[in-house]
Design a protein around this ligand. Structure first.
Ligand SMILES: *Cc1c(COP(=O)(O)O)cnc(C)c1O
Length: 359
Protein backbone atom coordinates (compact mmCIF):
# COMPACT_ATOMS: atom_id res chain seq x y z
CA UNK A 1 0.00 0.00 0.00
CA UNK A 2 1.25 3.47 -0.83
CA UNK A 3 2.04 5.53 2.27
CA UNK A 4 0.98 9.12 1.84
CA UNK A 5 3.80 11.41 2.89
CA UNK A 6 3.36 13.73 5.84
CA UNK A 7 7.10 14.10 6.16
CA UNK A 8 8.96 17.37 5.63
CA UNK A 9 9.99 16.44 2.12
CA UNK A 10 9.51 14.76 -0.15
CA UNK A 11 5.85 15.47 0.29
CA UNK A 12 2.87 13.79 -1.34
CA UNK A 13 2.47 14.49 -5.07
CA UNK A 14 -0.99 14.34 -6.64
CA UNK A 15 -1.79 12.08 -9.60
CA UNK A 16 -2.68 15.18 -11.61
CA UNK A 17 0.87 16.51 -11.21
CA UNK A 18 2.54 13.12 -11.72
CA UNK A 19 0.73 12.68 -15.03
CA UNK A 20 2.14 15.93 -16.40
CA UNK A 21 5.50 14.18 -16.65
CA UNK A 22 4.09 11.75 -19.20
CA UNK A 23 4.25 14.23 -22.04
CA UNK A 24 6.63 13.84 -24.97
CA UNK A 25 10.00 15.49 -24.64
CA UNK A 26 11.05 18.62 -26.50
CA UNK A 27 14.53 19.87 -27.32
CA UNK A 28 15.73 22.47 -24.85
CA UNK A 29 17.01 24.74 -27.61
CA UNK A 30 13.67 24.66 -29.44
CA UNK A 31 11.18 27.50 -29.46
CA UNK A 32 8.62 25.23 -27.79
CA UNK A 33 10.92 24.92 -24.81
CA UNK A 34 11.38 28.68 -24.46
CA UNK A 35 7.61 29.10 -24.56
CA UNK A 36 7.16 26.55 -21.77
CA UNK A 37 10.00 27.96 -19.69
CA UNK A 38 8.98 31.61 -20.16
CA UNK A 39 5.48 30.62 -19.06
CA UNK A 40 6.83 29.08 -15.87
CA UNK A 41 9.06 32.03 -14.97
CA UNK A 42 6.15 34.41 -15.67
CA UNK A 43 3.95 32.45 -13.31
CA UNK A 44 6.67 32.41 -10.66
CA UNK A 45 7.08 36.18 -11.11
CA UNK A 46 3.35 36.69 -10.63
CA UNK A 47 2.98 34.36 -7.66
CA UNK A 48 5.91 35.79 -5.69
CA UNK A 49 5.09 39.37 -6.79
CA UNK A 50 8.62 39.78 -8.09
CA UNK A 51 9.69 43.34 -8.79
CA UNK A 52 11.82 43.94 -11.94
CA UNK A 53 15.03 43.83 -9.89
CA UNK A 54 14.36 40.23 -8.79
CA UNK A 55 14.44 37.43 -11.33
CA UNK A 56 13.44 33.78 -11.13
CA UNK A 57 15.33 30.77 -12.39
CA UNK A 58 14.81 27.03 -12.16
CA UNK A 59 17.76 24.70 -11.79
CA UNK A 60 17.72 20.99 -12.46
CA UNK A 61 19.04 20.00 -9.07
CA UNK A 62 17.83 19.56 -5.56
CA UNK A 63 17.90 22.61 -3.30
CA UNK A 64 21.37 21.92 -1.96
CA UNK A 65 22.94 23.10 -5.22
CA UNK A 66 22.06 26.60 -4.10
CA UNK A 67 24.40 26.35 -1.11
CA UNK A 68 27.16 25.84 -3.69
CA UNK A 69 25.82 28.59 -5.94
CA UNK A 70 25.93 31.07 -3.05
CA UNK A 71 29.38 29.90 -2.01
CA UNK A 72 30.93 29.92 -5.48
CA UNK A 73 29.10 32.77 -7.20
CA UNK A 74 28.25 35.24 -4.44
CA UNK A 75 30.67 35.20 -1.51
CA UNK A 76 33.62 37.38 -2.38
CA UNK A 77 35.79 37.76 0.72
CA UNK A 78 33.96 36.61 3.80
CA UNK A 79 30.56 35.26 4.77
CA UNK A 80 28.53 35.06 7.94
CA UNK A 81 26.57 31.83 8.14
CA UNK A 82 23.71 31.71 10.65
CA UNK A 83 23.34 28.20 12.05
CA UNK A 84 20.38 26.91 14.07
CA UNK A 85 20.01 23.35 12.86
CA UNK A 86 21.18 20.67 10.46
CA UNK A 87 20.42 22.40 7.17
CA UNK A 88 21.87 25.79 8.05
CA UNK A 89 24.93 23.94 9.33
CA UNK A 90 25.29 22.24 5.98
CA UNK A 91 25.12 25.63 4.28
CA UNK A 92 27.96 26.87 6.51
CA UNK A 93 30.05 23.78 5.77
CA UNK A 94 29.51 24.24 2.04
CA UNK A 95 30.77 27.83 2.19
CA UNK A 96 33.87 26.61 4.00
CA UNK A 97 34.52 23.65 1.75
CA UNK A 98 34.28 25.93 -1.28
CA UNK A 99 37.24 27.73 0.27
CA UNK A 100 35.34 30.83 1.39
CA UNK A 101 36.24 32.42 4.70
CA UNK A 102 33.18 31.98 6.87
CA UNK A 103 32.24 32.97 10.40
CA UNK A 104 29.44 31.08 12.06
CA UNK A 105 26.73 32.57 14.24
CA UNK A 106 25.32 29.54 15.99
CA UNK A 107 22.37 29.26 18.34
CA UNK A 108 21.04 26.20 20.11
CA UNK A 109 18.89 23.77 18.10
CA UNK A 110 15.26 24.78 18.45
CA UNK A 111 16.02 28.50 18.62
CA UNK A 112 15.54 31.11 15.93
CA UNK A 113 18.17 33.44 14.47
CA UNK A 114 17.21 37.02 15.33
CA UNK A 115 18.13 40.38 13.84
CA UNK A 116 19.99 41.65 16.92
CA UNK A 117 22.25 38.58 16.95
CA UNK A 118 23.17 39.14 13.31
CA UNK A 119 23.65 42.89 13.93
CA UNK A 120 26.10 42.15 16.72
CA UNK A 121 28.26 40.06 14.37
CA UNK A 122 28.07 42.62 11.56
CA UNK A 123 29.18 45.40 13.92
CA UNK A 124 32.49 43.75 14.68
CA UNK A 125 33.40 42.14 11.37
CA UNK A 126 33.24 42.83 7.70
CA UNK A 127 31.16 40.37 5.69
CA UNK A 128 29.95 40.57 2.12
CA UNK A 129 27.34 37.81 2.41
CA UNK A 130 24.98 36.55 5.12
CA UNK A 131 23.24 33.17 4.87
CA UNK A 132 20.20 32.28 6.93
CA UNK A 133 17.68 29.46 6.85
CA UNK A 134 14.08 30.68 6.93
CA UNK A 135 12.54 27.39 7.99
CA UNK A 136 14.90 24.97 9.76
CA UNK A 137 13.33 21.67 8.83
CA UNK A 138 15.35 19.77 11.43
CA UNK A 139 13.88 21.75 14.33
CA UNK A 140 10.65 23.23 12.96
CA UNK A 141 11.91 26.76 13.57
CA UNK A 142 10.97 29.74 11.45
CA UNK A 143 13.46 32.60 11.71
CA UNK A 144 12.36 36.23 11.19
CA UNK A 145 14.18 36.71 7.88
CA UNK A 146 12.36 39.93 7.12
CA UNK A 147 13.63 41.64 10.29
CA UNK A 148 17.13 40.30 9.65
CA UNK A 149 17.14 41.42 6.01
CA UNK A 150 15.67 44.85 6.81
CA UNK A 151 18.37 45.47 9.40
CA UNK A 152 21.10 44.44 6.97
CA UNK A 153 19.66 46.49 4.10
CA UNK A 154 19.49 49.55 6.32
CA UNK A 155 22.86 49.35 8.05
CA UNK A 156 24.98 47.25 5.66
CA UNK A 157 23.61 47.89 2.18
CA UNK A 158 26.53 46.20 0.42
CA UNK A 159 25.89 42.83 2.08
CA UNK A 160 24.13 40.15 0.01
CA UNK A 161 21.49 38.19 1.94
CA UNK A 162 20.89 34.59 0.89
CA UNK A 163 17.90 32.77 2.35
CA UNK A 164 17.38 29.00 2.35
CA UNK A 165 13.60 28.69 2.07
CA UNK A 166 13.72 25.12 0.80
CA UNK A 167 10.97 23.91 3.13
CA UNK A 168 8.85 27.07 3.23
CA UNK A 169 8.72 28.80 -0.18
CA UNK A 170 5.27 28.29 -1.77
CA UNK A 171 3.84 27.25 1.61
CA UNK A 172 4.63 30.08 3.97
CA UNK A 173 4.22 33.57 2.51
CA UNK A 174 7.52 34.94 1.28
CA UNK A 175 7.63 37.95 -1.02
CA UNK A 176 11.32 38.73 -1.73
CA UNK A 177 10.82 42.47 -2.28
CA UNK A 178 9.00 42.80 1.06
CA UNK A 179 11.62 40.78 2.89
CA UNK A 180 14.52 42.60 1.28
CA UNK A 181 16.63 39.53 0.54
CA UNK A 182 18.83 38.96 -2.53
CA UNK A 183 18.63 35.23 -3.03
CA UNK A 184 15.88 32.91 -1.91
CA UNK A 185 15.74 29.29 -2.99
CA UNK A 186 13.69 26.16 -2.62
CA UNK A 187 13.42 22.60 -3.93
CA UNK A 188 10.32 21.28 -5.64
CA UNK A 189 9.76 18.25 -3.40
CA UNK A 190 8.79 20.38 -0.40
CA UNK A 191 6.00 22.97 -0.51
CA UNK A 192 5.82 22.94 -4.31
CA UNK A 193 4.57 19.35 -3.97
CA UNK A 194 6.38 18.06 -7.04
CA UNK A 195 8.81 15.18 -7.34
CA UNK A 196 12.39 16.04 -6.34
CA UNK A 197 14.78 17.26 -9.03
CA UNK A 198 14.20 20.96 -9.54
CA UNK A 199 15.03 24.01 -7.46
CA UNK A 200 13.54 27.48 -7.76
CA UNK A 201 15.81 30.47 -7.16
CA UNK A 202 14.69 34.11 -6.91
CA UNK A 203 17.72 36.34 -7.37
CA UNK A 204 18.27 40.11 -7.19
CA UNK A 205 20.16 42.14 -9.77
CA UNK A 206 22.48 43.11 -6.91
CA UNK A 207 23.45 39.49 -6.40
CA UNK A 208 24.10 39.00 -10.13
CA UNK A 209 26.20 42.19 -10.23
CA UNK A 210 28.20 40.91 -7.26
CA UNK A 211 28.68 37.53 -8.94
CA UNK A 212 30.22 39.25 -11.97
CA UNK A 213 33.09 40.27 -9.70
CA UNK A 214 33.58 36.83 -8.15
CA UNK A 215 36.10 34.65 -10.02
CA UNK A 216 35.18 31.27 -8.46
CA UNK A 217 31.75 30.79 -9.99
CA UNK A 218 32.43 27.33 -11.41
CA UNK A 219 30.30 25.76 -14.15
CA UNK A 220 26.94 24.47 -12.98
CA UNK A 221 27.08 26.98 -10.11
CA UNK A 222 27.68 30.06 -12.27
CA UNK A 223 24.77 32.36 -11.57
CA UNK A 224 25.87 34.92 -14.17
CA UNK A 225 25.67 32.31 -16.93
CA UNK A 226 22.27 31.17 -15.67
CA UNK A 227 20.79 34.61 -16.00
CA UNK A 228 22.41 35.16 -19.40
CA UNK A 229 20.42 32.14 -20.59
CA UNK A 230 17.29 33.39 -18.81
CA UNK A 231 17.25 36.25 -21.32
CA UNK A 232 16.56 33.65 -24.04
CA UNK A 233 14.18 31.70 -21.77
CA UNK A 234 16.63 28.85 -21.63
CA UNK A 235 18.88 27.17 -19.11
CA UNK A 236 22.65 26.78 -19.66
CA UNK A 237 22.51 22.98 -19.43
CA UNK A 238 19.92 20.32 -20.25
CA UNK A 239 17.01 20.78 -17.85
CA UNK A 240 14.56 18.16 -16.63
CA UNK A 241 11.81 19.02 -19.09
CA UNK A 242 9.40 16.44 -17.66
CA UNK A 243 9.52 18.07 -14.26
CA UNK A 244 9.15 21.49 -15.84
CA UNK A 245 5.80 20.36 -17.28
CA UNK A 246 4.80 19.42 -13.76
CA UNK A 247 6.04 22.73 -12.34
CA UNK A 248 4.09 24.63 -14.99
CA UNK A 249 0.90 22.86 -13.89
CA UNK A 250 1.69 23.37 -10.22
CA UNK A 251 2.20 27.12 -10.73
CA UNK A 252 -1.30 27.27 -12.28
CA UNK A 253 -2.72 25.62 -9.18
CA UNK A 254 -0.77 27.91 -6.85
CA UNK A 255 -1.89 31.01 -8.74
CA UNK A 256 -5.51 29.85 -8.63
CA UNK A 257 -5.27 29.36 -4.86
CA UNK A 258 -3.38 32.68 -4.39
CA UNK A 259 -0.32 33.24 -2.21
CA UNK A 260 -2.49 34.34 0.72
CA UNK A 261 -4.72 31.30 0.29
CA UNK A 262 -1.73 28.95 0.27
CA UNK A 263 -0.33 30.64 3.38
CA UNK A 264 -3.64 30.44 5.25
CA UNK A 265 -4.09 26.75 4.44
CA UNK A 266 -0.63 25.99 5.82
CA UNK A 267 -1.22 28.21 8.86
CA UNK A 268 -4.46 26.39 9.64
CA UNK A 269 -2.74 22.99 9.42
CA UNK A 270 0.12 24.22 11.63
CA UNK A 271 -2.23 25.75 14.21
CA UNK A 272 -4.25 22.55 14.47
CA UNK A 273 -1.17 20.32 14.73
CA UNK A 274 0.56 22.55 17.26
CA UNK A 275 -2.52 22.93 19.45
CA UNK A 276 -2.73 19.14 19.56
CA UNK A 277 1.02 18.87 20.21
CA UNK A 278 0.92 21.36 23.10
CA UNK A 279 -1.97 19.50 24.69
CA UNK A 280 -0.31 16.09 24.67
CA UNK A 281 3.41 16.83 24.22
CA UNK A 282 5.26 20.13 23.76
CA UNK A 283 6.82 21.94 20.83
CA UNK A 284 10.58 21.66 20.26
CA UNK A 285 10.69 25.03 18.54
CA UNK A 286 11.05 28.29 20.41
CA UNK A 287 7.62 29.77 21.21
CA UNK A 288 6.59 32.34 18.63
CA UNK A 289 8.96 30.93 16.00
CA UNK A 290 7.11 27.76 15.03
CA UNK A 291 7.23 26.73 11.38
CA UNK A 292 3.94 26.61 9.52
CA UNK A 293 5.06 23.81 7.19
CA UNK A 294 6.54 21.31 9.65
CA UNK A 295 5.83 20.77 13.34
CA UNK A 296 8.73 19.43 15.41
CA UNK A 297 7.24 17.95 18.59
CA UNK A 298 9.03 16.94 21.80
CA UNK A 299 8.33 13.29 22.45
CA UNK A 300 7.60 13.97 26.12
CA UNK A 301 5.53 10.79 26.46
CA UNK A 302 8.39 8.66 25.19
CA UNK A 303 6.21 7.14 22.51
CA UNK A 304 7.57 4.66 19.99
CA UNK A 305 7.53 6.64 16.74
CA UNK A 306 8.81 3.71 14.67
CA UNK A 307 5.94 1.52 15.87
CA UNK A 308 3.52 4.38 15.21
CA UNK A 309 4.75 4.63 11.65
CA UNK A 310 4.28 0.88 11.15
CA UNK A 311 0.68 1.20 12.25
CA UNK A 312 0.14 4.40 10.25
CA UNK A 313 1.56 2.57 7.22
CA UNK A 314 -1.30 0.06 7.44
CA UNK A 315 -3.64 3.02 7.23
CA UNK A 316 -1.68 4.56 4.35
CA UNK A 317 0.37 7.33 5.98
CA UNK A 318 3.91 8.17 7.03
CA UNK A 319 5.13 10.84 9.45
CA UNK A 320 8.74 11.61 10.37
CA UNK A 321 11.04 10.87 13.28
CA UNK A 322 13.26 13.62 14.63
CA UNK A 323 16.30 14.66 12.58
CA UNK A 324 19.74 13.32 13.41
CA UNK A 325 20.48 13.60 17.11
CA UNK A 326 16.83 14.53 17.73
CA UNK A 327 15.63 11.20 16.30
CA UNK A 328 14.17 9.82 19.53
CA UNK A 329 13.61 13.07 21.36
CA UNK A 330 11.27 14.56 18.80
CA UNK A 331 8.98 13.59 15.95
CA UNK A 332 7.88 15.71 13.02
CA UNK A 333 4.68 16.09 11.10
CA UNK A 334 5.11 17.67 7.70
CA UNK A 335 2.09 19.67 6.62
CA UNK A 336 3.37 21.11 3.38
CA UNK A 337 2.35 20.98 -0.25
CA UNK A 338 -1.17 20.09 -1.24
CA UNK A 339 -2.33 18.82 2.17
CA UNK A 340 -5.49 20.31 3.64
CA UNK A 341 -6.69 20.80 7.19
CA UNK A 342 -9.14 17.90 6.92
CA UNK A 343 -6.25 15.55 6.00
CA UNK A 344 -4.28 16.68 9.04
CA UNK A 345 -7.32 16.22 11.29
CA UNK A 346 -7.72 12.72 9.91
CA UNK A 347 -4.09 11.73 10.43
CA UNK A 348 -3.92 13.24 13.92
CA UNK A 349 -7.11 11.32 14.68
CA UNK A 350 -5.32 8.14 13.61
CA UNK A 351 -2.35 8.99 15.87
CA UNK A 352 -4.76 9.58 18.79
CA UNK A 353 -6.30 6.19 18.14
CA UNK A 354 -2.99 4.32 17.78
CA UNK A 355 -1.35 5.97 20.79
CA UNK A 356 -4.61 6.02 22.69
CA UNK A 357 -4.32 9.65 23.65
CA UNK A 358 -7.66 11.21 24.48
CA UNK A 359 -9.17 14.24 22.80
C1 LIG B 1 15.30 19.70 2.44
C2 LIG B 1 16.10 20.88 2.80
C3 LIG B 1 17.34 21.17 2.20
C4 LIG B 1 17.96 20.22 1.21
O1 LIG B 1 17.23 20.25 0.04
P1 LIG B 1 17.47 19.13 -1.08
O2 LIG B 1 16.42 19.46 -2.06
O3 LIG B 1 17.27 17.81 -0.39
O4 LIG B 1 18.83 19.30 -1.58
C5 LIG B 1 17.99 22.33 2.53
N1 LIG B 1 17.48 23.17 3.43
C6 LIG B 1 16.31 22.94 4.05
C7 LIG B 1 15.81 23.91 5.05
C8 LIG B 1 15.59 21.78 3.76
O5 LIG B 1 14.42 21.53 4.36
Amino acid sequence: MHKKLLIPGPTEVSKEILQEQNRCLIGHREKEFSTLYAGITDKITKFFELTPDIKPTVTTSSGTLWFDIVARSVVKHKALACVNGAFSKRAAQTLQSCGKETDILEVEMGKAIKADMVAEKLETNKYDTVTVCHNETSTGVRSPVKEIAQMIRKDYPEVIIAVDAVSSLAGDKLVPSEIGCDIIFSSTQKCFALPPGLAVGLVSERAIERAKTVPTRGGYTDIVEMFEFEKKHQTPFTPNVSLLYALDKRMDLLLAETHDGVYQRHKDMADYTQKWAKKHFSMFSEPGYESITVSCINNTQNKDVKALNQQLAERGYLISAGYGALADKTFRIGHMGEWKLEDIKHVIGLIDEIWQIGK
